[in-house]
Ligand binder design. Sequence first.
Ligand SMILES: *[C@@H]1O[C@H](CO)[C@@H](O)[C@H](O)[C@H]1NC(C)=O
Ligand SMILES: *[C@@H]1O[C@H](CO)[C@@H](O)[C@H](O)[C@H]1NC(C)=O
Ligand SMILES: *[C@@H]1O[C@H](CO)[C@@H](O)[C@H](O)[C@H]1NC(C)=O
Ligand SMILES: *[C@@H]1O[C@H](CO)[C@@H](O)[C@H](O)[C@H]1NC(C)=O
Length: 456
Amino acid sequence: MPVYSISHVENVRVCVVMVGLPARGKSLIAQKIVRYLSWLSINSKCFNVGSYRREIATDTVVDAEFFDPKNEVGMNYRQEAITRATTDMMKWFSDDNGVVGILDATNSTRDRRDKILKLCRENSIEPMFLESFCDDQDLIMQNILDVKTTSPDYLNRNNEFAAEDFLKRIKFYEQVYETMDQKADADLTFIKLVNVNSQIILNRIESYLESRIVYYVMNLHIKPRSIWLSRHGESEYNLTGQIGGDSNLSERGWRYAKRLPELVLKSLGEENKHTNLTVWTSTLKRTQQTSSFLPYKRKLQWKALDELDAGECDGMTYEEIEKTFPEDFKARDDDKYEYRYRGGESYRDIVIRLEPIIMELERQENILIITHQAVLRCLYAYFMNVPQEESPWMSIPLHTLIKLEPRAYSTLVSRIKADIPAVSTYKEKGTSQLGELETGTASKSRDLIRDSELAK
Ligand SMILES: *[C@@H]1O[C@H](CO)[C@@H](O)[C@H](O)[C@H]1NC(C)=O
Ligand SMILES: *[C@@H]1O[C@H](CO)[C@@H](O)[C@H](O)[C@H]1NC(C)=O
Ligand SMILES: *[C@@H]1O[C@H](CO)[C@@H](O)[C@H](O)[C@H]1NC(C)=O
Ligand SMILES: *[C@@H]1O[C@H](CO)[C@@H](O)[C@H](O)[C@H]1NC(C)=O
């Protein structure tokens, strides 16, 4: 069953309620779930109570004391913030056909949870609690370091103040905190992550959608790592403008393959030059040839990384496709994400076959992936949260190594270009000509990784 249609099949709506003290990585987990589900076309959104509180509590000092359960002013603001967040979420479920709403809040006493539970049940929404429980002091300190450097609450504060104040705030929360309990909460749906993934307790996971979320969070880790992406070197088909097939690299493609180990070392930097990468390629010759000079022992081939299957158009040029199947050519330009080649695939089909790859990528550490344009666009869209209608139009130039470094609240991107020319394989909307036009109608997102110097 295709993943993207589960919400239609089951007609299930889920409210994920985050539970846990501050600095337990809740917001990070919440954001990742939203990014993952959105990538699978499941309408999801996160409602962060902290941002609501920051919006309304503008006339008072927000330091640790604000979070003292005995501080009435603070309590009123916090109450108001959660009320607004919950109201907006319920409105989003009904007005915008929301499927998975995430309530990212901190104050989760049993009493508070009961209120949300009741509200969800009244609106036929399944409540699922997701607790991040952590008593490993090293992990907590690591998180505090992350939070205090990124939290809007400490924008103009020095680091020492921020760390101390934040620890004090956590103490106030600890006074009222009640963890999910297997006995007391036996009739609730919940996931409890203990010290990231050392232990995971699952209780009454019922729908398919819930079990997908469970499976995803089970695969997350927080070790720092990088992911490198590269297209294969220029192929012989790229020289003739043909799509698909299983051709060899061109002479310039081979030059890129030989240069690649050097680019990887440059990207790793001096201090990490001995890092062992795992290399993933597709099952097609051009990606394996591109990886052939890399000194790493672990090289894996994935069928799921193969290029978009162009079906009957395999081996044709865009001009031939335009002549032979004019309606198809136009239909693809009109909705490139959904358009499926006759007997072949659409971008949506690729996303579905890439899901296990994403799951495995979340589990792994340093990986270098050598694959194809359409597949790279989909992978890149996942990490960078690129909207569906834009992702098929992103330009990912040949002969360029892209490095992604996932961080707490964003992913850093850097690129290293090999100084080896290649044909442009970028096709603008509404033309069968390759190459990037300055007056393009394409979306702005492709500018993120466009490379006009290569596009000749
Ligand atoms: C936190 O939970 C307690 C117990 O449910 C409740 O009395 C209090 O109002 C809550 N605080 C906020 C700021 O929502
Ligand atoms: C480059 O060539 C390969 C075949 O070797 C093909 O699959 C791919 O679609 C080509 N790229 C473009 C965008 O033409
Ligand atoms: C690809 O390269 C291999 C080995 O170099 C060669 O045997 C084969 O004929 C080539 N294929 C094409 C289609 O040129
Ligand atoms: C990398 O892997 C190779 C072979 O698996 C091993 O010999 C080498 O020591 C590893 N290097 C590091 C830095 O772990």
